[in-house]
Design a protein around this ligand. Structure first.
Ligand code: ATP
Length: 368
């Protein structure tokens, strides 16, 4: 496979083409209050490891970060009777941004609720092949954008009698249009290709509306190549020719599934970060779940959460016009790249035997 490996500085920043979508030019605060959800399963291990990197980067770049813990998830439910207690919600409301580890069975009561509450309408999931990661090909570099506020995730389910269950799929033109706008803006700053993924041959009304909104946005971006794909064909092509994708935009449920697939094709779920983006707030989290099968062993890959932190610094930098934050983000991305390129400190999912905190330490050491 003689493909070119991405260089250290190539295309590691993700959000910058979206700058004009955030409410930018906000006054720069003395310190950033970051609400931190430590989560369940492997969440607390990833959190401890990630804080090592946050500490180092804030020292090196002089960015003052005030971490405030906001408990949420299965642990919070058993302790306080609520997966998203009022106290945690207030911490999040009073923060500049939120960094979140995965939560377990209560994720619908935590992240799905937060996405709707803060109108975090675009879930941006960069997927990249790094060296030494057992990616199917080393020229994979795409972003999956998942609509984040509607579809089956509205949770509108009902039963008719005892043997029939119905879920309502909500798709609106406006939610589809604004997420498509994110996709085209991102693609404009990248390889200029958008693939809208749906199933309009079967779901004629809901997917048909999503496709119409995507086409309307596409008509404004003549420099971006636009294509559409049915979700089943896209699932196959993610394995068959993953290098052909630049930006995928799709509805909530399809995006959930396709982004896990894409991350695995690029090496591991444990490498995949995400940004839940709204106009006024953003939450950063790994795309994967609490992975209870490997929890408590310190073998989970912390890179998904560390790269989520890099996205967080990139967003803070753009929103508050804060150059050290942008530099901090670049530095984290480069440190991750170097550690993977060396290939001596890898967790089990990448074929290594390093512990979660050893990977984080190796990354922190490379931040200079
Ligand atoms: P959810 O539906 O909340 O996304 P899930 O039950 O689909 O969760 P995950 O928790 O995402 O599953 O994990 C799927 C598998 O991927 C796990 O069994 C685990 O082995 C692997 N995995 C996930 N995250 C990591 C990680 N950070 N490091 C290593 N392996 C991981």
């Amino acid at each position: 496979m003689g493909h070119q490996i991405l260089g250290v500085m190539d295309s590691l920043s993700v959000l910058s083409p979206l700058k004009d979508m955030y409410v930018g030019g906000m006054p720069k605060p003395k310190e950033y209050v970051v609400a931190l959800i430590p989560g369940d399963g492997i969440g607390p291990e990833l959190t401890t490891a990630t804080l090592e990197v946050v500490k180092k980067v804030s020292e090196v770049y002089g960015v003052s970060i005030n971490i405030v813990y906001a408990e949420a998830g299965d642990n919070a439910l058993s302790r306080y009777g609520q997966a998203l207690p009022e106290r945690s919600l207030n911490i999040i409301k009073n923060s500049h941004t939120c960094l979140k580890a995965p939560v377990g069975e209560t994720s619908a009561d935590v992240i799905v609720r937060l996405r709707m509450m803060f109108d975090l309408f675009a879930n941006i999931r960069p997927v990249k092949a790094y060296p030494n990661t057992q990616a199917l090909r080393n020229d994979i570099d795409m972003v999956v954008i998942r609509e984040n506020t509607e579809d089956l995730y509205k949770g509108l389910e009902l039963t008719v009698g005892s043997n029939t269950a119905i879920a309502l799929r909500v798709i609106t033109y406006e939610a589809s249009r604004r997420v498509a706008e994110v996709a085209f803006k991102l693609a404009s700053g990248r390889r200029k290709k958008v693939t809208a993924v749906h199933k309009s041959n079967v779901l004629k009304t809901t997917c048909g509306l999503f496709a119409r909104a995507c086409r309307d946005v596409a008509s404004k971006y003549s420099e971006v190549v636009y294509e559409e794909s049915y979700v089943d064909a896209c699932a196959a092509n993610l394995v068959r020719k993953p290098q052909s994708f630049d930006v995928i935009v799709t509805t909530n449920m399809f995006g959930d599934i396709l982004s896990d697939e894409a991350a695995q094709v690029a090496g591991s779920l444990g490498l995949a970060p995400s940004c839940n983006l709204g106009y006024n707030y953003a939450i950063f989290e790994p795309i994967h779940g609490a992975a209870f099968d490997i929890a408590g062993k310190n073998i989970a890959n912390p890179i998904s959460m560390i790269l989520s932190t890099a996205l967080m610094f990139e967003w803070l930098g753009a929103r508050y016009g804060d150059d050290p934050c942008v530099k901090a983000s670049e530095s984290i991305n480069n440190a991750v790249y170097k550690v993977l390129q060396e290939g001596t400190t890898l967790t089990q999912d990448l074929g290594g035997s390093a512990k979660t905190y050893e990977v984080a330490k190796a990354i922190a050491t490379k931040i200079t």
